[in-house]
Design a protein around this ligand. Structure first.
Ligand code: NAD
Length: 360
């Protein structure tokens, strides 16, 4: 049986995952969508304050549906964004989204421990998945998510908005083109003061801890600035508020060794405001300040400045990821990129616990 959903999938499915040859795609008579329908799963801070407003600015996608466990939120969003009842789901009836042709992409914006379940359910429903960072609390979760998306021939993108930011792309370019020779040293810090006490960020079972949350920005800073994958880590976890950070770390310092010999010293914290990247090359330097904010990231280097203003980072991310689906081109940050970080995050936790160097 080749139903409407399969027809649509054949048009917007990501390149390598497609079961159809390029000729089959061209020959398909199913109408090509101008804009993909996105359903947000989890209507907390990030969906409410950043993603839904961004989806009012996007050109390649729109807010088509929501998945929430709170009926009052459903009513509020329905009114505010004119969402039809048929596109509103709860966590129990979510799987019936499979039969809804309005929804092309499910965007998982839940606490990290829930990313795997909702990515897998969305993939099994035949929907492409965008999943927030950190991809999941463990490497095995990430691998299961990637496998299920592959098995169901849907694409998986991780919400690494900074990789869509031209300011990030510029410091990556400077390394890639060896403007100042090899990278020798990186320092990177990402953190803010979180005054909550019982949020999922302080709860281990829900995937809390600063390393997965803010730490992946520092890790991404080091990985993207070197253009390499770390081969060994050391790490130290600490807290200044043990009455709040009972289960997870408030602050993590971690040091990375890269194959070229480059070294990185990174810090991340729920108790310290910091957002910078410093790169020292053989013959030059670069500094981003800020590195990973929603807007206004900028920096300078030995011979110039990095300052590319953008209208809306999340809208750019959403449009670029949807365009990749529509054109069967590479996603900027697919599931495999989320997995690369979580492999390092796991090694960092191991190093912090055992006190030695952990090879990756
Ligand atoms: P939040 O706590 O504000 O929202 C989480 C949502 O999940 C809420 O609507 C909550 O009701 C729902 N939920 C369902 N089951 C839950 C449970 N058992 N426990 C707790 N909440 C439950 O969190 P957030 O800040 O919106 O973060 C959500 C995801 O988005 C996380 O993965 C986070 O890392 C990511 N995020 C990304 C960025 C970014 O810049 N890319 C920024 C903020 C958050």
């Amino acid at each position: 049986m080749f139903n409407r959903r399969d027809a649509l999938k054949s048009i917007i499915v990501g390149g390598a995952a497609s079961v159809f040859s390029p000729n089959t795609l061209l020959a398909s008579t199913a109408p090509k969508k101008e804009k993909l329908g996105i359903a947000l799963v989890g209507l907390g801070y990030y969906s409410t304050d950043l993603l839904a407003p961004a989806l009012q600015m996007t050109e390649k996608c729109y807010l088509a549906g929501i998945v929430t466990g709170t009926p009052e939120k459903a009513e509020k969003w329905k009114q505010k964004y004119n969402i039809p009842d048929k596109n509103i789901y709860n966590y129990q009836n979510f799987d019936s989204i499979a039969n809804n042709p309005d929804i092309d992409v499910v965007y998982v914006v839940l606490p990290p421990s829930m990313h795997k379940e909702y990515t897998i359910r969305a993939a099994k429903a035949g929907k492409h998945v965008f999943c927030e960072k950190p991809m999941a609390p463990s490497v095995s979760d990430c691998m299961a998510m990637i496998k299920t998306c592959n098995d169901n021939k849907v694409s998986l993108a991780i919400g690494y908005r900074c990789q869509h930011d031209p300011n990030t792309q510029e410091f990556m370019r400077i390394t890639k083109e060896k403007l100042y020779g090899k990278v020798r040293m990186v320092a990177c810090g990402t953190g803010y003061f979180d005054n909550r006490t019982t949020h999922w960020k302080q709860n281990k079972a829900l995937g809390g801890g600063v390393m997965g949350d803010m730490g992946v920005y520092a890790l991404q800073g080091a990985r993207l600035a070197t253009g390499e994958e770390p081969i060994a880590v050391t790490a130290q976890a600490s807290t200044t508020r043990p009455e709040i950070y009972k289960e997870v770390e408030e602050t993590m310092m971690f040091q990375l060794q890269f194959p070229s010999g480059a070294l990185a010293a990174c810090h991340t914290s729920f108790g310290i405001q910091m957002n910078y990247l410093q790169v020292n090359y053989e013959r030059g330097w670069l500094r981003m300040d800020s590195l990973s904010n929603y807007s206004g990231n900028k920096g300078s280097h030995s011979k110039g400045i990095i300052d590319f203003p953008i209208k809306n980072q999340q809208a750019k991310q959403l449009d670029e990821d949807c365009m990749a689906l529509m054109n069967s081109t590479q996603l900027i940050a697919p599931g495999e990129e989320g997995l690369r970080d979580i492999k390092v995050v796991e090694a960092i936790y191991k190093a912090a616990q055992n006190g030695g160097t952990v090879k990756i």
